[in-house]
Ligand binder design. Structure first.
Ligand code: MBD
Ligand code: FE
Length: 284
């Protein structure tokens, strides 16, 4: 059976839930004062919606059934990252002077293979897609190179599936941690990602269908760029002429994050440059 027919929302949701538990929950310490404030406000926002829109019992029960299904399908990471994370990211990165960030999304896995520049991301022998040479430089806000900066990259395959979330894809496929050279330059050989639909066969797809929305995200590369003494940036890069740049279901596109690849000088596929500018680490 092909990956396409075995990849279900529930499988990818269960993996996203498990990866989140493994990597993120240790940091989740929130004071009682903040929980009281934030939970009260969030509940009030829902109550205001009920009162102002005169929500019926049928609608209330439809919501209850749907929320139960989000959990059953393991789609809390997907739901939150698609519809909420962009607002958290904007608040978190307001102060930055360097490169723009955007949301991490549900499919990051820490610890991808370390590769030296010029690098080629791990891929299958018959990996579909147009070759892409993605290159550039990592500097500080003064334009000084950051030698040995880490450019972590992950993206979906040509069919829109991420390794370690959809079944049947080798473990670190299309994922890597690329170390920049002594001048802060990096070169990554990979494939142009394809436009992408979030999984539609689970609770999030049910919401999209019920509301008459669409499930598309523009094609994107995910990145985390870091260097000692600097603030790590989590971002994504998109491609010009993608029809979903202006209606990303995850609201995560910014004009500074759109690439315009040209024909590669090698004659094989496309190439594009993008420079990352890292802010100094904030004093703790
Ligand atoms: C993705 O690939 C993604 O980047 C986001 C934000 C949500 C769902 C799938
Ligand atoms: Fe993604």
């Amino acid at each position: 059976m092909s990956v396409e027919t075995t990849a279900t929302a529930a499988a990818s949701g269960a993996n996203a839930t498990e990866k989140f538990r493994a990597h993120k929950t240790a940091a989740a310490e929130v004071s009682a004062e903040r929980v009281n404030l934030l939970a009260s406000r969030a509940i009030k926002a829902i109550i205001d919606t009920v009162t102002e829109e005169k929500v019926t019992y049928d609608e209330y029960n439809a919501l209850k059934a749907w929320l139960i299904r989000v959990g059953e399908d393991g789609e809390w990471p997907l739901f939150l990252d698609v519809w909420i994370e962009h607002s958290v990211e904007e608040v978190a990165n307001e102060h930055r002077e360097g490169s723009k960030g955007t949301i991490e999304g549900p499919y990051y896995v820490p610890g991808s293979p370390v590769l030296h520049t010029p690098a080629a991301l791990p891929k299958r022998e018959d990996e579909a897609g147009t070759p892409l040479l993605f290159q550039g430089r990592v500097t500080n806000v003064a334009g000084k190179a950051l030698p040995g900066a880490h450019v972590e990259i992950w993206h979906a395959d040509d069919a829109g599936y991420y390794s370690q979330f959809a079944p049947g894809i080798p473990e670190w496929n299309l994922r890597g941690t690329v170390v920049a050279d002594n001048d802060g330059n990096y070169q990554i050989n990979t494939l142009l990602p394809a436009p992408y639909q979030i999984p539609t066969d689970g609770a999030c797809g049910q919401l999209i269908a019920a509301a008459g929305w669409h499930a598309w995200r523009p094609a994107h590369l995910h990145l985390k760029v870091s260097a000692p003494g600097h603030e790590l940036i989590t971002t994504q890069l998109y491609f010009t002429a993608d029809e979903h740049l202006s209606d990303d279901i995850a609201s995560a596109v910014k004009p500074e994050l759109i690439l315009d690849p040209k024909l590669a000088t090698s004659g094989n596929g496309k190439e594009v440059s993008y420079d990352f500018v890292l802010d100094p680490a904030s004093p703790k």
